[in-house]
Design a protein around this ligand. Structure first.
Ligand code: ZN
Length: 275
């Protein structure tokens, strides 16, 4: 989640050190925890905004607000501080008068906030996340993959296996590693694991660099890539056409020449039988 990581850096630069004056959920479901009372953070300066997996961590030690943006969520400076902001879920107001607002586009209301006291690693919702993908070397990645016999594309997105990779990065990582997205993760050879580990770092670094040049979090359409959502376009590596296998909630994009020895896995019309 390079867009989350870069956004955390921006928020730390802008709001780090600001003392919390109040935290208010704006809907009944925005705050996912009953205890501790978020008011325990009032009067504490924001140490930093961190990231773990897909979560933003607003750290007011010893209390941390863990924020999940989901697809349509945004955490942004809130100069207006209107009483009923559109899509508003929660607001942090600082002693200097500034504020941060959590919003979510659409009607799903899946974004949310957890107030966590102490070590976030041992408590919901961070508990159970795999190691952050960018921290893995090939040996550690191999150990993780050996325990997951699913398709590589799915295991990469499994946050309990390794954290921080979404649908776009999974497509780009498999392409850069020259691996079939449908290869069995547990049966990859040492060379393939090496390539996958290198591709994870290459793709995360490239995305992080692009995100850091922005003033705000990108939309998925702005994010760079060779194959993701580029069905029918030309593979920049080999010139073959980029192909797609569609699922209900995501699309696997790949290049047959680069990744599957020329084998076409399935097209849009037949892929529903692959579920
Ligand atoms: Zn190619």
């Amino acid at each position: 989640m390079p867009e989350i990581a870069a956004h955390a850096e921006r928020l730390t630069a802008e709001f780090g050190g600001a003392e919390l004056a109040s935290f208010r959920p704006l809907t009944f479901t925005a705050l996912k925890t009953y205890a501790p009372n978020p008011d325990e953070a009032v009067g504490t300066p924001l140490q930093r905004v961190g990231r773990r997996g897909k979560y933003l961590l607003l750290e007011f030690p010893p209390l941390t607000f863990v924020v999940h943006l989901m697809q349509g969520g945004r955490l942004k400076p809130d100069p207006k501080q209107s009483a009923k902001p559109r899509g508003g879920l929660a607001r942090w107001v600082f002693a200097d008068g500034r504020a941060l607002l959590l919003t979510e586009a659409g009607t799903e209301r899946r974004a949310g906030v957890w107030a966590v006291a102490g070590d976030v690693e041992t408590q919901d919702p961070v508990l159970g996340l795999g190691p952050d993908a960018e921290t893995l070397d090939a040996a550690t990645l191999g150990a993780v993959l050996s325990q997951h016999s699913g398709r590589v594309h799915g295991v990469l997105r499994n946050q309990q296996a390794l954290a921080g990779i979404g649908r776009r990065l999974a497509n780009e990582i498999c392409h850069t590693a020259k691996l079939s997205p449908f290869a069995n993760a547990a049966k990859l050879g040492p060379d393939e694991v090496e390539r996958l580990a290198a591709a994870i770092h290459t793709e995360i670094d490239a995305s992080l660099t692009a995100e850091r040049e922005r003033d705000d979090m990108s939309s998925s359409k702005d994010r760079p890539g060779a194959v993701h959502h580029r069905e029918g376009e030309t593979c920049p590596v080999c010139g073959d056409v980029v192909r797609a296998v569609e699922y209900r909630s995501y699309t696997v994009n790949y290049c047959a020449t680069c990744q599957t020895g020329g084998k076409v896995l399935a097209d849009n019309t037949t892929s529903k039988f692959l579920k």
